[in-house]
Ligand binder design. Structure first.
Ligand code: SAH
Ligand code: SF4
Length: 360
């Protein structure tokens, strides 16, 4: 806010206009000068142009799940393409955001990884994805969802759309957030600072997902944030992880998990271990047992993701019986485990698939 005040003052306006503009953007999700009736007509256009330029243009919008899942392909000022997804549930609204255009980590099962890194996103480009979702919700265009069963079900479905807010943010769109460290941490602060400084989302409702950049995990631990860390493990052994997650050649499973446990101890937050189940690649019973033994007694939760096959890939999701057995074995080790829902499959929901199809 101090920086915003300084810029406003440089433009010859009273510094308190910074809070007024911030309230428009973070509280009302508008950057449109003509909607800022508390600002003098003569200053509105100049201030909005200078401080709130449009950063992302919607290139394509897709929806499914009766309109409760919305995916947007955005074009940045320089033509870079990124994706964000809004998912409305009965009790929460989650925005999945991109931190980079593309990704340089090269995981072979990931559409974003296959395309390589274009560039880092700025803090404002990350925040803009969440503000756009908040604006869409506030406009009443995202229908509510009936909660399954129970007397609240009907009420849920008649939920007034304008009452919903973005409650959760996950850095699980395109890019490796910890490879764009400064912009991502600044974005987390803007998302979680109270209005008018930021969007006022709870830190505990923000998840930063990483491929396992150990020094950056350690640095994040020192930020004093209580965001949830997700570690994309995908294999419990170095031999396989070296191929599924090439950065494992630099930081091994043991080091990544040690950094994760330090993070959990410092923040008191359970680490989410992401594991994409790939048929006959990483879904064997012995790997489930090894995973269970690595995580037993730790502040951890396993989130199994049925692989969303990328176009042209030879890999696919595990057979249902194999998936069930994997879950059973991890749970038998006393480790909490859930299977992620597969929202947005029919709209190229997985990381990077929509941008890849747009480039073709
Ligand atoms: N780069 C970060 C965050 C973005 S990817 C990371 O890798 O953690 C978000 C999650 O989607 C990761 O767990 C990633 O492994 C997973 N993912 C990528 N491609 C996938 C696919 N085709 N099917 C299922 N999960 C995938
Ligand atoms: Fe990058 Fe994550 Fe995809 Fe790996 S899974 S290539 S780290 S976006």
């Amino acid at each position: 806010m101090a920086e915003r005040r300084a810029v406003v003052a440089e433009l010859g306006e009273p510094p308190y206009r910074a809070a007024q503009l911030s309230r428009h953007y973070f509280g009302r999700f508008t950057q449109q000068a003509d909607e800022m009736s508390d600002l003098p007509r003569a200053s509105r256009d100049m201030l909005a142009d200078a401080l709130l330029p449009p950063l992302l243009t919607a290139e394509r919008e897709l929806s499914c799940d009766a309109g409760t899942t919305r995916k947007t392909l955005w074009r940045a000022f320089d033509g870079a393409l990124i994706e964000s997804v809004l998912m409305r549930y009965p009790d929460r609204v989650t925005m999945c955001v991109s931190s980079q255009a593309g990704c340089g980590m090269g995981c072979p099962f990931c559409a974003t990884g296959q395309a390589g890194l274009t560039r880092n996103l700025s803090t404002a480009e990350i925040v803009a994805q969440v503000v756009a979702g908040a604006r869409l919700l506030a406009s009443g265009q995202v229908p509510g969802v009936a909660s399954r069963g129970g007397p609240g079900g009907l009420e849920g479905s008649s939920h007034r759309a304008d009452t919903a807010r973005v409650s959760n943010v996950v850095f699980m769109g395109m890019g490796e957030p910890l490879a764009n460290y400064a912009s991502v941490v600044a974005a987390v602060r803007r998302l979680t600072d109270p209005v008018p400084e930021g969007l006022g989302i709870s830190q505990r409702s923000v998840t930063v997902s990483t491929v396992g950049l150990v020094p950056a995990i350690t640095r994040l631990r020192g930020e004093g944030l209580s965001v949830t860390l997700a570690v994309s493990l995908h294999a419990p052994d170095d031999e396989l992880r070296d191929t599924l997650v090439p950065v494992n050649q630099r930081w091994k499973v043991e080091e990544v998990l040690a950094a994760a446990w330090d993070y959990a101890a410092a923040t008191g937050r359970r680490v989410s271990i992401e594991y994409a189940l790939i048929r006959d690649i990483n879904d064997q019973a012995w790997r489930a047992d090894l995973l269970g033994s690595l995580l037993a007694g730790r502040l951890a939760h396993v989130n199994l993701i049925p692989l969303n096959p990328t176009p042209g890939s030879k890999w696919t999701a595990s057979r249902p019986a194999v998936q069930r057995e994997f879950v059973r074995r991890v749970a038998a080790a006393g480790v909490p485990v859930t299977v992620r829902d597969t929202r947005g499959r029919e709209i190229d929901g997985a990381c990077g698939q929509l941008a890849a199809s747009a480039r073709q």
